[in-house]
Design a protein around this ligand. Structure first.
Ligand code: 2P0
Length: 315
């Protein structure tokens, strides 16, 4: 029986990806730069089966995105019918990017189980075809994703051990987000007057962010990352109809992180397509930031993570 299990960590972008230049090939319109959440993981097991079954977090599902991806893979490789079981140890569909770690883990598991012989570059390509941000979860550490003509270049800017940062995630809702990222990106491209400005600002931010990460310059990274986050949410808010992902607790957390930063603590915030706030801080500030965010009205719980490594095969 051909089978394999692999895991991958989710990642969060400091310069955000929101908009595609090619929907078919799933090419982002701008480069992005992310950090890997080493204490969170998605594990994916694949084996050949008499019928195709997909189990996500314990439930049998019909996942259109996954089915389309498997169709693409089968155009190039001879794959049997599969039993796929994938589970994450963090809340799914809430802006914590389970599709990133999910497609990364699945790509590595399938490549291994069926001896596809995918290079690291090929793994990034296949993961990206499932979900743009998934390409960033293949490498681990600090990862850049840059669109090229009909593909993307994915590279590790720093490895996981190079810079001791911590991520404190304030969980501010237990509900799934209302608009998924793929649909939201299309809506912003088609129905926001700010889209072109967003693309221009993001290209500039990416170049500056690359330098800040290479230099491990926390204050510059903080400024660029918070600006990219606010600009992405400004784009979302300016989309017609509006995409509003924040709730009252998100705003309370922004205020708290800004206050801590003003008090000299090395911390900044970023927020994805969901209401949770992610505070990125120097590792020695983790317990203070975590305690402070735990006490904010509307915060259900707090998850902490250090920077993690690449997607890996388990068995
Ligand atoms: C990011 N997000 O850079 C941004 C910030 C969400 C907000 O990448 O359509 O699920 O599958 O390529 O990868 C989420 O986008 O979208 C995402 P698709 P994906 O992390």
């Amino acid at each position: 029986m051909q089978a394999a299990t692999a895991y991958a960590h989710p990642n969060i972008a400091l310069v955000k990806y929101w908009g595609k230049s090619d929907d078919e090939l799933n090419i982002p319109a701008t480069p992005s730069l992310a950090i890997t959440l080493g204490d969170l993981r998605t594990t994916s097991h694949v084996e050949e089966s008499a019928s195709e079954v997909v189990v996500l977090d314990g439930e049998v599902v019909n996942d259109a995105k996954l089915e389309r991806w498997l169709e693409l893979v089968r155009k190039q490789y001879d794959l049997p019918l599969l039993h796929i079981e994938s589970s994450s140890d963090f809340p799914a569909s809430s802006g914590l990017a389970s599709s990133a770690s999910g497609f990364a883990a699945l790509t590595v598991a399938i490549s291994n189980a069926f001896d596809l012989g995918l290079s690291l570059e090929d793994q990034c390509d296949w993961a990206r075809l499932g979900s743009g941000s998934a390409a960033r979860s293949i490498h681990g550490g600090f990862v850049a994703l840059e669109p090229e003509e009909d593909t993307c270049r994915v590279s590790q800017v720093l490895d996981a051990s190079a810079w001791d940062l911590s991520i404190v995630i304030a969980i501010t809702s237990d509900r799934a987000k209302t608009t998924g990222s793929t649909a939201g990106m299309t809506a912003s491209r088609d129905a926001s007057p700010f889209y072109d400005g967003w693309l221009r600002a993001t290209m500039e931010a990416f170049d500056q962010c690359l330098v800040a990460v290479r230099d491990k310059d926390f204050d510059t990274l903080a400024r660029i990352a918070e600006a990219s986050c606010r600009q992405m949410h400004a784009l979302m808010l300016s989309t017609e109809p509006a995409l509003i992902y924040w709730n009252a607790a998100t705003l309370n957390c922004i205020e708290a992180v800004t206050g801590m930063h003003e008090d000299g603590i090395k911390v900044f915030y970023t927020i994805d397509a969901g209401s949770h706030l992610k505070a990125v801080c120097e590792a020695d500030a983790e317990s203070h930031v975590s305690e402070r965010l735990s006490g904010i009205e509307g915060v259900h719980s707090v998850i902490t993570s250090r920077i993690g490594g690449p997607a890996r095969i388990l068995v």
